[in-house]
Design a protein around this ligand. Structure first.
Ligand code: GLV
Length: 325
């Protein structure tokens, strides 16, 4: 492909070397050197004569209305190296007629594996177990020590039954779990696959031993896992969040955990991350990891590949499936 035929892409986030090499090969790519303020760097490059068609970035770059309004005139598309798009203002992008691309499907197996990891960690009291052994406090084996719960035979309630939710469901079925879910619409063939639809999040929570938050962060879902919803919980509910931190009201979840109203929580994502509400650290029934759902080499390479393929197809006049807007 000649340089003229390639999109001029400003890569605002830095990626694994293999991913950057793929971008370099497919695009006329310029990689940010000012990782703390890449959009300022973009503006500086443009004021010295550089031109860009696409800005490629990830969750660390917020594309709000202000940032989008300030983008250089030539930009025709935004490409986010993430499946989530809540860091992008779609109205502002539409007002500038920008196409938006993201990375669905390629990370779904990795995120589903992370979800199972967290669910098991919550069920088997991983934080207390790890602390006990690593702090050299483990004195003896006793039948009363660190008694958790078996997942087989219990019900996993999945809030948000998209591609990731469904992949979590099939893995949990292999553990012997029953699957219930709430989604805007029942999923195709859900009943035949053993997925029990619940009309409301309240009905889902009431029937669940584990609540798996797997929905996108939208105005409807933000703050929806709150005291009113948790009031429907069984006494030994474990809440797992692999979606976005702001879907949970931290005050309410922490109150339920502190009071023993629910059994525990296992969290991959946090409102305002990388800041984490201090109160979670004091809770032994909380297992936490730093947003690692798609942090596998397979997902990371796939995310790069789907952006290359999508942008290349779009440039050729096709309508790629990973066009989000
Ligand atoms: C990760 O959270 C993503 O949205 O890809």
């Amino acid at each position: 492909m000649s340089a003229e035929a390639k999109f001029r892409v400003f890569v605002a986030t830095r990626f694994l070397a293999e991913v950057e090499a793929a971008f370099d090969d497919a695009f006329d790519a310029t990689f940010a050197t000012d990782e703390a303020a890449p959009l300022d760097e973009l503006a500086r490059l443009v004021s010295s004569g550089a031109r860009f068609d696409v800005v490629l970035f990830s969750l660390n770059v917020r594309m709000g209305a202000e940032e989008i309004a300030a983008l250089p005139e030539d930009v025709v598309a935004l490409a986010t190296y993430s499946v989530g798009t809540d860091h992008i203002d779609f109205e502002a992008a539409a007002a500038r007629s920008l196409a938006v691309f993201n990375t669905p499907r390629v990370l779904a197996d990795s995120v589903a594996e992370d979800a199972i990891f967290l669910m098991l960690a919550g069920a088997r009291r991983a934080t207390e177990s790890i602390d006990l052994i690593r702090e050299r406090r483990w004195a003896d084996w006793t039948p009363k020590q660190l008694v958790g719960v078996q997942l087989s035979g219990r019900t996993l309630g999945i809030l948000g039954m998209g591609d990731i939710g469904q992949r979590i469901a099939t893995r949990a079925q292999a553990l012997g779990m029953h699957i219930a879910y709430h989604n805007r619409r029942p999923v195709e063939e859900g009943d035949g696959r053993g997925f029990g639809f619940r009309e409301t999040p309240e009905a889902l929570v009431a029937d669940s031993d584990v609540l798996m938050i797997a929905c996108p962060s939208t105005p409807e879902t933000r703050g929806s896992v709150n005291a009113a919803l948790l009031a429907h919980a069984r006494a030994d509910l474990i809440v797992v969040n692999i979606a976005r931190g702001d879907i949970v009201e931290d005050d309410d979840l922490i109150a339920a955990l502190e009071s023993g109203r629910i059994r525990g929580a296992a969290l991959d994502v946090f409102a305002g991350e990388p800041e984490v509400d201090e109160r979670y650290f004091a809770l032994p029934n909380v297992f936490m990891v730093p947003h690692i759902g798609s942090s596998t080499i397979e997902a990371r390479l796939g995310m790069g590949r789907i952006l290359v393929e999508g942008l290349t197809a779009w440039r050729a006049g096709e309508a790629p499936a990973n066009r989000a807007a």
